[in-house]
Ligand binder design. Structure first.
Ligand code: SF4
Ligand code: SF4
Length: 319
């Protein structure tokens, strides 16, 4: 299936790294990983739990490599619930065959219901019954998006389905997490962060991660606040009072200090724009606390001046 040549792969690896503000060293690693995947030496099985499929749609927004290259030449995709043409019993057979054969990377999108089994079914059975074998057989597991990484919206306050993250589910099942699970949060996850992570794992194995959040350092080490183009306003205490104003968006509810990701470098939609450049506060969609409290609006009037040491406790008003 490999139609792209060595030069294409090197270009795409370099482009992927440059687009995310990373070094040429990362570009070489991404190129090696993309080559492994394109040659079918690193197969990817994608499964989905409780999710809006937004992360799958986000993958189609990838650029250089773009969606056509990703799906037809690069990702050796065994099965994808949204993008694969194969469905029903044929899809189930393909999934089982791959799980039994092992030797694949598992990309998992969405949260997993544990107290309402019927909330998510595969082959007519609760996902929680099917998933352990797929997690056990995988060489590495990539949790795609905030729902898979931290529970996200399905696990929000109330949580009738008992939704849990991939990590919580693996721990409940007694499956090893360390050195196997990488979290790529975001609502949705950035396509280039996901591709870069999968390529890194294919080339070099488990990447350096944050020890608590299990997010790959190459994409999630810095906060949005650290690299925000409005940071100079923050330093001068110039705050926007209403949407459309010049100034730091903190008093309109910006959670950039609590969100670790590289949106300021990569931006979105092929670098066309991103939340803060469009004048919208960051909602910290990569945070483990994203959308967890039912009484916490995404955008709000915040009358308090916090400092750069703003914490999650400050956000919740409990400090
Ligand atoms: S609070 Fe938000 S808008 Fe202000 S500097 Fe930080 S990230 Fe940028
Ligand atoms: S700027 Fe904030 S809300 Fe927007 S995509 Fe990035 S992390 Fe999510």
């Amino acid at each position: 299936m490999q139609n792209c040549n060595r030069r294409d792969v090197l270009r795409m690896g370099a482009s992927l790294a440059a687009g995310m503000g990373l070094s040429a060293w990362h570009g070489d690693i991404f190129a090696k990983g993309l080559d492994e995947i394109a040659a079918g030496r690193a197969k990817v099985l994608w499964l989905e739990g409780m999710s809006c499929s937004g992360c799958s749609v986000s993958l189609l927004n990838a650029e250089d490599p773009g969606p056509v290259e990703v799906l037809t030449e690069l990702i050796s995709l065994v099965y994808h619930p949204v993008l694969s043409a194969i469905q029903g019993a044929d899809a189930v057979e393909v999934i089982h065959k791959q799980v039994e054969g092992g030797d694949y990377l598992l990309a998992f999108e969405g949260a997993i219901p544990t107290t309402m089994p019927g909330a998510c079914l595969m082959e007519g059975k609760p996902l929680a019954e099917i998933l352990p074998a797929a997690l056990r057989g995988a060489k590495a597991v990539v949790a795609v998006g905030t729902c898979a990484s931290f529970g996200g919206i399905p696990a929000a306050e109330g949580n009738l389905t008992g939704a849990v993250s991939v990590r919580q589910f693996m721990e409940q099942q007694g499956l090893p997490v360390e050195g196997r699970l990488v979290n790529c949060p975001g609502c949705p996850t950035h396509p280039q962060s996901l591709l870069g992570t999968v390529a890194y794992v294919a080339a070099k194995g488990y990447p350096p991660v944050d020890p608590t959040l299990l997010t790959p350092n190459m994409f999630y080490a810095h906060s949005v606040h650290d690299e925000c183009p409005r940071f100079h306003y923050w330093e001068k205490r110039v705050f926007a009072e209403k949407f459309g104003d010049e100034g730091c968006l903190f008093k309109l509810g910006c959670l950039g200090p609590l969100s670790h990701t590289n949106c300021p470098r990569s931006q979105w939609n092929s670098g066309a724009n991103w939340c803060i450049r469009a004048g919208a506060p960051c909602t910290a969609c990569t945070s483990e606390n994203f959308a967890r409290k039912r009484d916490f609006p995404f955008y709000r009037k915040c009358e308090t001046y916090y400092t750069a040491s703003y914490t999650e406790a400050d956000r919740q008003g409990v400090s």
